[in-house]
Design a protein. Structure first.
Length: 291
């Protein structure tokens, strides 16, 4: 079984600066670190570190061989990552000494993804496998339709959130994952709660309060508590949770067990600085919190 992830790949460049530059100011950075980010890459790495077979469907620019090689080294199948014209998607992240940050994202190749890789991937996919989609590329709805036509189950992680995209994707999804703030926005837009979005399973993440899953067996919500930890950096917690949730469901875990495993992964992730590089693997989860 493979988790097919249709999603973004970014090069994250972190510039350490004394303060966030004011309009018109030129500021020298003290340090530059580079890593892989983008929700598609992060979730793929999380699912792979959870032990799932994962294929990423996406696009990088001609400067993206480094990202593709790194993802492949981490166990992600990158055969369906196309090379598009122009630069790889990237984020320029200024991090000030007081912890404040400011981010510029250029979607680059993520917005030049074409249907070819989708077609090739789903020709190989088997019915019943999961396709995981987020909101940082193009062709989300088309990807979901093609996945369903191939007999796959579709999971939609509705981030970065827009109510418009979530409303379009909900009828195409078997599983919707979003955080509590996003769920409140979706409820305000549709007038319907998580149990009435027309999606078989909705998982709402709630940061340090855990997560709640809604399905036919739990219309009032199945709550899973967060694992108490000392959080130092919450970046990537949601992507880690989602990758583990999919890997757990793909292994045949029930909703509660998969959410519990994902909550352990999310908790360990918030004790670390960084994104894809530091997403924990399943043996670290077992070592820290038990199997
Ligand atoms: P982000 O956008 O920062 O990646 P998110 O808003 O998508 O995150 P969250 O709800 O913040 O997602 O986190 C996902 C999951 O990670 C939570 O449901 C929880 O299980 C775990 N988690 C997040 N923050 C903490 C924390 N401070 N302590 C323990 N577990 C946490």
């Amino acid at each position: 079984m493979t988790v097919w992830c249709l999603g973004s790949i970014n090069l994250d460049r972190f510039y350490r600066v004394p303060h966030i530059p004011a309009p018109g100011e030129t500021l020298a950075a003290r340090e530059l670190t580079t890593g892989i980010g983008g929700k598609g890459a992060n979730m793929s790495v999380a699912a792979a570190r959870a032990g799932a077979r994962v294929a990423l469907i996406g696009a990088v620019g001609a400067d993206g061989a480094w990202a593709r090689d790194r993802l492949a080294a981490w166990g992600v199948d990158t055969r369906f990552v196309a090379t598009a014209a122009g630069p790889t998607g990237h984020a320029i992240i200024a991090v000030a000494d007081d912890g404040e940050n400011t981010i510029i994202i250029h979607p680059g190749a993520n917005h030049r993804l074409e249907a070819g890789p989708l077609q090739a991937a789903f020709a190989e996919a088997r019915p019943g496998e999961w396709c995981l989609i987020q909101n940082e590329t193009v062709l989300q709805a088309e990807g979901a339709r093609r996945a369903r036509a191939a007999g796959l189950r579709v999971a939609y992680a509705a981030a970065p959130f827009t109510a418009e995209a979530a409303v379009e994707m909900a009828p195409l999804a078997d599983l919707l994952i979003l955080n509590r703030v996003e769920m409140d926005q979706l409820q305000a837009a549709t007038g319907r709660g998580p149990d009435a979005q027309g999606v078989a399973t909705v998982v709402v993440t709630e940061g340090a309060d855990g997560a709640t899953g809604y399905d036919a067996a739990h219309p009032g919500g199945l709550h899973v508590a967060a694992v108490p930890v000392e959080a130092v950096d919450t970046t990537g917690a949601g992507d880690t949770f989602t990758g583990y949730l999919l890997a757990g469901l793909e292994r045949g875990m029930g909703l509660g067990a998969a959410m519990g495993w994902a909550a352990k992964a999310g908790a360990l992730m918030v004790t670390r600085h960084g994104t894809a590089d530091v997403i924990p693997n399943f043996s670290e989860i077992d070592a820290n919190f038990g199997a």
